[in-house]
Ligand binder design. Structure first.
Ligand code: ADP
Length: 467
């Protein structure tokens, strides 16, 4: 009885600490908009990193023809070809070739890596040439997603700051990625132009990266992914103004006005580390639950901690936490199974299993509601939340009032949103709650799939058509 009461005590404390009542969420919305404002002002102006994408043209649906994209962002890389039909959402044909990067190429020379990439692209191009009238010597356009720290300085250049994710090709650091790739393509006889997806500083799109500086999730989706998601979203629906990915990590990107980037130079905030991403993303949720369970175990001595794996960091992966949360069997069989398999704890009483599900619910609900507040924060920053958007860098007359609220679409991608129904439901509920019933119907969250691959090809298309 005493042990039980202690466990319930921990749960109550958790529920209180994880409270996300509407007033608190509104504070997060405001803080997000303010931090975005400060982050735009200067590098290091806020812990919220606001990275410019150098993209000022989004696909509008009129793109036509065959385009390629290359997605290099981790241990896998993908090349993709899309045939666009010239009408919104008309993708006539799509072919993807995905493969792991051979280990020795990840630490070899840049020449070897780029030649391997060029060769893979050549195979994709040639596979088409044999199928249709397209020829190898025809001028083709390539969009590139390169998910490593890159310093973008102009329309066609991005120098590699450092390698991450197991890559270590020294001769590439400080060099221009697009240029090296272009060389390799020419050497392989490919008339494939690396499209300038990046422009000079006077752009109208910028992106935010919602994470505290350290530690980064090792395989987080990159900012680039969100740009692809935004491009695909805009291709499908021109009212799309932002894209959010909630996967291993959390990040977002949105369309900003150039004057808002310049206007707020000089502002600095010092709000300290927020750790926002860490309360939301797949990388962390399972481990937060594990920590709560460990605390319960320590306080009540119910699981016999000493012999269990409860104290092993990241022992509980997020998908398993989700399985426990979604366990609908009357005796919570899955919870019992996971406790046994993951923590080596057997014979968990049913009422304790119920408590565990409750912990998963509290953590997930908080995550989803905070993510919702982050999304509304972005909308507020661009004056699409129905308020007049004081933090939006808008001119006084420029703010959107309730009466002229525009339809606003946010493209959302990532496993948490796409594969975790309760997370999605909580998120939708909170977005509506924050916006209120008058504004909520104008804001549409649209699930997006594979934005990073298709999006880069679409950007290549829209860029080549305006040049
Ligand atoms: P990325 O690594 O590009 O962000 P995803 O969007 O697939 O890729 O996100 C992967 C993250 O989602 C992992 O942290 C994983 O723990 C979590 N995850 C995977 N499957 C599920 C699921 N069914 N429900 C909730 N989270 C999941």
């Amino acid at each position: 009885r005493k042990k039980w009461n202690r466990m319930v005590g921990v749960l109550r404390e958790l529920e209180e600490g994880c409270g996300t009542e509407i007033g608190r969420l509104r504070q997060v919305v405001d803080a997000m908009a303010v931090e975005m404002h400060a982050g735009l002002a200067s590098e290091g102006g806020s812990k919220l990193k606001m990275l410019l994408t150098y993209i000022d043209t989004l696909p509008d649906g009129c793109e036509e023809g065959v385009y390629y994209s290359l997605d290099l962002g981790g241990t896998n890389f993908r090349v993709l070809r899309v045939h666009l039909g010239g009408q919104r959402s008309m993708i006539l044909n799509k072919k993807v070739n995905r493969q792991p990067i051979p280990l020795e190429l990840m630490t070899g020379t840049s020449e070897e890596l780029f030649d391997f990439i060029a060769l893979t692209l050549k195979q994709l191009v040639q596979s088409e040439s044999s199928e249709s009238e397209f020829r190898l010597d025809e001028r083709m356009v390539l969009g590139v997603t390169f998910s490593f720290p890159v310093k973008q300085a102009s329309a066609s250049s991005g120098t590699l700051i450092k390698w991450t994710k197991g890559f270590d090709i020294e001769d590439m650091v400080g060099k221009d990625f697009a240029e090296s790739l272009q060389h390799a393509l020419i050497n392989r006889g490919l008339n494939l132009r690396v499209a300038a997806l990046i422009r000079d500083i006077s752009t109208s799109a910028s992106s935010v990266h919602l994470s505290a500086p350290y530690p980064q999730p090792p395989y987080s989706s990159s900012v680039n992914d969100t740009v692809g998601t935004l491009a695909l979203g805009h291709y499908d629906d021109e009212d799309t103004v932002a894209a959010v990915i909630i996967g291993t990590g959390t990040n977002a990107c949105y369309v900003e006005r150039i004057d808002a980037i310049i206007k707020c130079q000089g502002l600095l905030t010092n709000s300290g580390g927020m750790g926002f991403e860490k309360m939301i993303s797949g990388m962390y949720l399972g481990d937060i639950v594990r920590r709560v369970l460990l605390r319960m175990a320590l306080e009540s001595d119910i699981f016999g901690v000493a012999t269990s794996k409860l104290s092993v960091p990241f022992a509980l992966r997020t998908p398993l936490m989700v399985t426990m949360h979604e366990d609908e069997s009357p005796d919570l069989r899955e919870v019992a199974r996971i406790f046994k398999e993951v923590f080596q704890i057997s014979d968990v009483p049913l009422k304790v299993r119920k408590l565990v599900v409750r912990v998963c619910d509290v953590i997930t609900r908080r995550a989803a509601r905070l993510a919702a507040a982050g999304i509304v924060g972005i909308l507020k920053k661009i004056g699409r939340d129905g308020s007049s958007g004081i933090a939006g860098g808008r001119s006084k007359s420029g703010g959107e009032s309730t009466s002229k609220m525009k339809r606003t679409v946010v493209a959302v991608e990532g496993s948490l949103y796409s594969n975790y129904t309760m997370f999605r439901d909580y998120l939708h509920e909170a977005v509506s709650e924050i916006l209120g019933e008058e504004i909520a119907p104008y804001v549409v969250l649209k699930e997006s799939k594979d934005g990073s691959g298709i999006g880069a090809a679409l950007l290549a298309a829209s860029y080549s058509s305006v040049r």
